[in-house]
Design a protein around this ligand. Structure first.
Ligand code: HEM
Length: 212
């Protein structure tokens, strides 16, 4: 149970400039491409290794408040193609959020196979490594799946580790632990890639209004 303030309704003053308030998430803003992705996923005969390319758009949104709790964030869309196939291999949308008052960082994710999660961690401006986790069964930072996935490919945990590289690129390691039905051991579904910037971010709508 978190301590909450007496006044849970009054919203703070906000700075309209999201890009200036993203703290440790600032280096994620922009449009990125990566060509060195590797995925290990569960198949009937054992783990399958696939190489992939990826494009991620991470754009600043206007500041958002839950009463006194204030977030600055990015909305993202990731599209992944396997190098040997035209159909989308993995698609994902969500938000990265930062609460300057506490250092809380969050990634929400929605995957169009009927799965959502919210992972959390803590970081400070200038950090070169971010680690966020979500666990099935948690009500605060959890994972929620279709009934089929719950029974056939139960997702017990999700972890993302992001490293900001000295050349301006960033890399991630995603570990999703799946309990596949009728298998004795959990399966480590792992994805890795490095993203290079192809376009700068577009300032958030409130910031553009202020400028106009
Ligand atoms: C770069 C990111 C990812 C890629 C490229 C990817 C790709 C894949 C592929 C190719 C499969 C096998 C699909 C099939 O056999 O039909 C799979 C299975 C699965 N993935 Fe991912 N995945 C990614 C991230 C994630 C994340 C973040 C989650 C959940 C938090 C997730 C959850 C699952 C689950 C539950 C399955 C088993 C269901 C199934 O095989 O149909 N994946 N993934």
């Amino acid at each position: 149970m978190h301590d909450i303030p007496d006044d849970i309704f009054t919203e703070p003053e906000v700075d309209p400039d999201t890009l200036a308030n993203l703290g440790p998430l600032r280096r994620l803003a922009g449009i990125w491409e990566g060509t060195m992705g590797v995925d290990l996923n569960p198949k009937q005969d054992g783990p399958e290794r696939r190489e992939f390319t990826e494009r991620i758009e991470l754009q600043p949104i206007d500041p958002q408040a839950n009463g006194p709790q204030l977030f600055y964030g990015l909305r993202y869309h990731t599209r992944i193609l396997a190098t040997d196939e035209d159909a989308t291999f993995h698609d994902q949308v969500g938000y990265w959020l930062y609460e300057p008052a506490t250092g809380l960082i969050m990634q929400t994710l929605a995957i169009p196979r009927g799965q959502i999660a919210m992972a959390a961690g803590f970081a400070a401006p200038g950090d070169v490594r971010l680690v966020l986790e979500a666990r099935r069964g948690e009500t605060e930072y959890g994972i929620c799946s279709t009934g089929f996935l719950e029974k056939a490919f139960r997702t017990d945990s999700y972890r993302i580790e992001v490293t900001f590289n000295p050349d301006g690129s960033w890399s991630y390691i995603l570990d999703t632990i799946l309990q596949v039905a009728r298998r004795p051991e959990p399966f480590m579904h792992r994805d890795v890639n490095t993203l290079r910037k192809v376009e700068e971010p577009t300032p958030n709508p409130l910031m553009l209004l202020d400028k106009g």
